[in-house]
Ligand binder design. Structure first.
Ligand code: PRX
Length: 650
């Protein structure tokens, strides 16, 4: 849906769902005054929330803010793995299930907090033995298997910085991230399962580590014989072989300063080069932990399932650090929602008695397409709360989710946030706020957001503008890895001291926020952020391509789909075979999620007289709209030619 379409839809959306009284009565956050008190003294609010963590050395300072650099709790020390795992082993949660893991082929494993702790300790010993020291970077390229959170927590335990690379990224993308982070170790698997097929992680890893700082590759055996992976002598070691030789003694958690980096996670921006988003230890954990209690109303009896991949921020925060720091039982699933059939997700909810379910609008729209008979055929009565994340949810999808999954009983928390924000920022507290389908509602306590015009002035209710975050918050990114200038320019370059997320938003008469989508050259395909420049660079990298322009167009299920307009070099003839080759080239350069939905050849791209590609016009063409203003074009006939070509295709 385009921004204009979305605005149009939401202006017609007047349904409202007040919080359920029974839910409210049992909610962690049931006193409305929290919004006001946190707004009046956010530092006090966050200092209180920080008490839910275990500190080695308690903090006395709360916030030091030299815009745009924030330090939170900076004289405190703590360890993230201790907070996520070990502290629960010292309580009656010791034998509580921490991770209920289900593999795609149907295998499963349960780790209690104590068992998880022992695995993390062994992995921490292993990292130490491999020479990993505090502050070293460890790259992790794994499928959704238990070794993934174990490896992350082991890094946290020894004080190393993990950088997880989503298993869907190509060898080239993995290499870029390894090089940028200067990683010493890579942890990968022989292969991963996806819809019964194999993802050749080790083969990609072999290509990626050539000429990098990686000294050792640790290989988890997930698939075994059929994986077609080989080991490089002296460089590669099997996880299970090394782990088997590790001492069974506890590993003392490395005391980390609150501001020490916990992890780097790469995300797309407006240039071709992904940004290494840097998160701190304490602030990030405080944000993750607080939102589990506030937005997700977490209780000891809950079974929490976030369907994201840990390779994205949603998985970092709501599969690993949030749920575990709150002592939650979480479900982790390795595979696809339609493997071996379209009942898989609902079967998982039934089987494990999932109480809180968190997924993406794109998944909901896929489920809608498959038909409501599928969820309706299952007993989902264990559910009590549901969430969405990753992209704007259209009111129809919200209503479908509410009706056929939540059976009209479960509050829905639409959570707006980003890799950079660390945790949910705009979302209803389910016991306190009425929800409106399609709106992420209001900022959570302790977070100050606004919608402003180009001059930074707040817009009046009923108007739209740029979403901004006006005060620092604990889980905000600290910088862009080794590129502080980019950090300052990207996020604080427009309005001094004010964080600009890059989203457009509309403020309604009740001060509710409706996110309209990205206002920069970033597109959101199935909840995955992809920079148009990255895809353009990948296309131009192909020998046949002279120039490429990439846009996101509205797509019924994916939210947005990638359309690429390409001009070829002289002498190259265009064909369907070339289209297929170019799509494959993008997959190899970036990963399958960046595969263009369609590629159109153009004799020329529409440019202004100053040679800027007019993407707006390309979007109009791809979305079949009347063309906007073409008077600034150097050659107006270019778009007419493109338009008729696009229509022919349809
Ligand atoms: O455009 C917003 C959209 O996803 C972007 C952040 O992407 P990423 O860093 O990959 O993190 C995704 C998961 C936290 C945002 O700038 N977005 C995320 N959640 C929502 C959303 N748009 C509308 N509503 C949401 N709930």
């Amino acid at each position: 849906m385009t921004e204009a379409d979305r605005l149009d839809t939401l202006l017609r959306e007047h349904r409202i769902f007040p919080p359920d009284e029974t839910f409210r009565a049992q909610a962690n956050f049931k006193d409305e005054s929290i919004y006001q008190s946190a707004a009046e003294d956010p530092e006090h609010y966050w200092a209180q929330q920080a008490q839910y963590l275990s500190w080695q050395q308690p903090f006395s300072k709360i916030l030091e803010w030299e815009a745009p650099h924030a330090k939170w709790f900076s004289d405190g020390t703590l360890n993230a793995a201790y907070n996520a795992v070990d502290r629960h082993r010292e309580t009656n949660r010791k034998n509580k299930a921490a991770i209920i893991w289900e593999g795609e082929p149907g295998d499963s494993k349960v780790f209690t907090y104590d068992m998880l702790g022992r695995e993390v300790d062994k992995a921490a010993h292993m990292l130490r033995q491999l020479g990993v020291k505090k502050g070293d970077r460890v790259a992790i390229y794994l499928p959704m298997i238990p070794e993934l959170p174990i490896a992350m927590l082991a890094c946290a335990k020894v004080g190393a910085i993990h950088t997880v690379v989503f298993g869907g990224f190509s060898a080239a993308s993995l290499k870029d991230r390894i090089v940028d982070a200067d990683a010493k170790i890579l942890i990968t698997a022989d292969a991963g399962w996806r819809r019964g097929g194999l993802v050749p992680l080790k083969q990609n890893a072999d290509q990626a580590v050539v000429d990098t700082s990686v000294e050792k590759v640790v290989v988890v055996q997930r698939v075994g014989e059929n994986a077609q992976s080989s080991m490089v002598e002296g460089r590669d070691v099997y996880w299970h072989e090394l782990i088997a030789t590790m001492p069974h003694t506890p590993f003392a958690p490395e005391p980390m300063n609150a501001e020490d980096t916990l992890f780097i996670l790469y995300t797309s921006g407006t240039t071709g080069k992904p940004k290494g988003i840097v998160h701190s230890t304490a602030g990030y954990l405080v944000g993750a932990n607080t939102s589990m209690r506030s937005v997700f109303d977490i209780k000891d009896e809950d079974v929490f399932w976030c369907t994201a991949d840990i390779g994205w921020i949603t998985g970092h925060t709501y599969i690993v650090y949030g749920p575990l720091s709150a002592g939650t039982t979480l479900v982790m699933y390795e595979g696809a929602p339609d493997w071996p059939n379209r009942h898989r997700f609902w079967e998982i909810i039934e089987k494990y008695g999932v109480t809180i379910f968190y997924t993406a609008p794109t998944s909901i729209r896929t489920f809608m397409k498959w038909g409501h008979d599928i969820p309706m055929g299952h007993d989902l009565s264990s559910l009590r709360l549901m969430g969405t994340v990753g992209e704007p949810i259209n009111p129809e999808a919200w209503m479908w989710y509410h009706e056929y999954v939540g059976r009209g009983r479960c509050p829905i928390v639409d959570t707006w946030w980003q890799t950079e924000t660390g945790c949910a920022m705009i979302a209803p507290l389910p016991g306190l706020l009425a929800t409106k389908p399609g709106s992420a509602t209001k900022a959570v306590p302790g977070i100050s957001v606004d919608v402003v015009d180009e001059n930074g002035q707040s817009v009046a209710p009923g108007h739209g503008g740029y979403l901004v975050i006006t005060k620092p918050w604990p889980s905000m990114l600290r910088t862009v890895w080794r590129d502080d200038e980019r950090f300052q320019k990207t996020y604080f370059g427009q309005l001094p001291g004010i964080y600009l997320p890059g989203d457009g938003a509309h403020l309604d008469e009740d001060q509710y926020i409706w996110i309209l989508g990205r206002i920069d050259d970033v597109i959101n395909v199935s909840g995955h952020r992809i920079g148009t420049m990255e895809v353009e660079s990948a296309l131009v990298d192909h020998p046949a391509v002279a120039e490429a322009a990439v846009i996101g167009r509205a797509h019924e299920v994916k939210g947005q789909a990638i359309t690429a307009f390409v001009t070829v070099k002289e002498g190259v003839s265009t064909s369907d075979a070339l289209i297929a080759e170019l799509k494959q080239h993008v997959v190899e350069k970036i990963g399958a999620m960046a595969r263009p939905e369609e590629i159109l050849f153009a004799a020329e791209l529409p440019k202004t007289r100053s040679a800027k590609i007019m993407r707006r016009l390309l979007r109009d063409i791809a979305e079949g709209r009347a063309l906007g203003d073409t008077t600034t074009l150097a050659d107006p006939s270019v778009v007419e030619a493109l338009k008729s070509q696009y229509q022919d295709k349809e």
